[in-house]
Design a protein around this ligand. Sequence first.
Ligand SMILES: Cc1cc2nc3c(=O)[nH]c(=O)nc-3n(C[C@H](O)[C@H](O)[C@H](O)COP(=O)(O)OP(=O)(O)OC[C@H]3O[C@@H](n4cnc5c(N)ncnc54)[C@H](O)[C@@H]3O)c2cc1C
Length: 559
Amino acid sequence: MTDPTPLNPAIPDPRLDSMFPTLNPAQVARIAAHGRVRPIQEGEVLFEPGDQGVPFFLLRAGEVVIVRPTGTSETLVTTLGAGQFTGEVNMLSGRRTLVRARVTAPGEVIELDHEHILALVQTDSELGEIVMRAFILRRVELIAHGFGDVVLVGSSHSLGTLRIKEFLTRNGHPYTYIDLDRDDRVQDLLDRFHVEITDLPVLICRGEAVLRNPDNEQIADCLGFNDAIDPAHARDLVIVGAGPSGLAAAVFGASEGLDVLVLEVDSPGGQAGSSSKIENYLGFPMGISGQELAARAYTQAQKFGAQVMIAKGARRLTCDRRPYTLEVDPEQRIPARTVILATGARYRKLPLADLSRFEGAGIYYGATHIEAQLCGGNEVIVVGGGNSAGQAAVFLAQTARRVHMLIRSAGLAETMSRYLIRRIEESPAIVLRTHTTITDLEGNDRLERVRWRNDQSGAHETHDIGHVFVMTGADPSTDWLNGCVALDAGGFIKTGPDLSPDDLAAASWPLARAPHLLETSLPGVFAVGDVRAGNVKRVASAVGEGSIAVSFVHRVLNE
Ligand SMILES: Cc1cc2nc3c(=O)[nH]c(=O)nc-3n(C[C@H](O)[C@H](O)[C@H](O)COP(=O)(O)OP(=O)(O)OC[C@H]3O[C@@H](n4cnc5c(N)ncnc54)[C@H](O)[C@@H]3O)c2cc1C
C-alpha cells in the first residue's frame, strides 16, 4: 500500500519546480545523445533502496513513482512523468540509493550510467545547473524528512550521540533520531533489536545491522560510503584531508582532468566545518556557515569526478619509491603519482567538559575584527602566553572593556616577544593573571560565565564573561608522515623557498630543479593550508593554496 502523502502536496511550492523539473524536448534530445533509450513496463522496479551504481533515468513517456518502503507499505515521495528524471546527490558519489522507483504506467526511459551523467553535468552548463539543483534540493528534502536508512537512538546529553549526529549531518546523510529521554518508542525499538539501554547510542543501519556506540569508520562502512571507490587503482593525485584546502585542490584537480582521490579521516569540512559563520570569505557578504561552505565544496568536487573516501585517514606514506603509496589500513595501500598534504592543524583545546558546546558561541580560536565586534565593549579572556595570545590581547584591548590574560606560568618573558610584553604592560585595559587556569564554563545557548583558579593560592573566582580566546597554539597533523618530508621545529611541513639547502641535502632531493612553490622536500608531494609551515590560518588562504598547488601537480606529472 502506498501512503498518499507525497513530498509535492497540492499547495504550490516554488522549490518543487526546481526539485522536480520537467525538461523541454530540446533538453531531452541533448540527454538522449549521452544515454540509451529503452522501454519500461508497468510494475518494473528501476531501483531499490540499498542499490549501488544506480543509473539516471529520464522519462520520455510513462509514469514512475518514487517511494520509500516502510515495512509492508510505501510512502510516496513523488510521481514522475514525461520529461522528468530520477536521482539525487548520491548519483555523483555512487553511494547507495535511499528510495525505490517503480513504473506505474509503461513508456520509455533514457538511461545514463554514472560516468555519462557526470560528463553531462560537467559539459552542458544549462542541463548541469538544472540537474545539480534538483539533486541538491532532493537530498535536502530527504534530510528534512529523515528519509534515510539509519535510525539513531541516543541521548542529547551523550557525547557519543552528538558525535554520530555530527558525522551523519556533515556527510549529508538523512537519519531518524529517537531520543531516549523524550521518545516512548525507544523501549519497543530496543526490545526489537535486543539492545540494552547501556549500549546507547545505537545506530540501526539499513534496518539490519545494530551498531553499539560505533566509531565513524564503522558507520561509513555500514552505510557503504566508500564502496564505489577502488583503492587499488593508481591516481594522478591523492589529497590527504578534506578541509577547505583539500577540497579546493580536489575541485581544481578534478575539473582540470586529473584522476583525484581525497582521503578524509573524519568528515569533509575540516576546522572550517565547525565554524558557525565565516564572514571573511570572499563572495559571501552575509557570511556562510562552515558546514554549508563545506557541503557545497564537497558536492562541487564530486560533480567534477573527484572521489572522497570518508572516515579513512592516511596512516603512513611510503616515500622510498614511486608511485608513492598511502596506507589507510594494513590491507589497503593507495598508489599516487602526486600527493597533496592538506591535513590541517588541530587547535590545542582546553581540557574542559563543556568546551565543544561553546565553540563558536563564546569560545574562539582566532581574534579578528569579526570576533572583536561580537565582543563589543564587554570583558574578554585571552588564554595563552605566546605571541598569538599577545597580539590578540593587544588587538582586543582596543574595543573590549577589559582583557583578562590568563597564563599558567609566572610571566610572559620566556614565551612572548619583548615589544608585545611592553604593549601589554602599557595597556590599561589588559590585566595579566599569572598561575591561572580556567576550571569551568557555564551558559545555555552561549557562554555566559567563566570560573578560574589561581594555581598558587588555590582561590577560585567566577566572572560573567562570555568571550574566551583560546590562543594556546595549534598542532599540525603530521605525526603520521614518519620522516618522509622536512618539518619545521613546530612539526609544520616546509615547502618551496622555505626549504634550506641543508633541508634538501638531508632529504636527498634528487632533481636538478628546486622544489616548486608549495612542494615539500619530496618531489611531487605538496603541502597546503594550515599544515604548511608559515601558513596564514584562514579559509581563503587554505582554498588559495589548494588551488595553486594543482598547477604545480600538472608540471610534476609532465616531468
Ligand atoms: C572554530 C573555528 C572557526 C574558524 N573561523 C574562521 C573564520 O571565520 N574565517 C577564517 O578565515 N578562518 C577561520 N578558521 C580557520 C580555518 O577554519 C582554517 O584556517 C582552515 O579550515 C584550514 O583549512 P585546511 O584545509 O588547511 O585544514 P583543516 O580545516 O584543518 O582540514 C584538515 C582536514 O584534514 C583531515 N585530516 C587530518 N589528518 C588526516 C589524515 N591523516 N588522513 C586523512 N585526513 C586527515 C582533518 O580531519 C580535516 O578534515 C576557524 C577555525 C576554527 C577552528
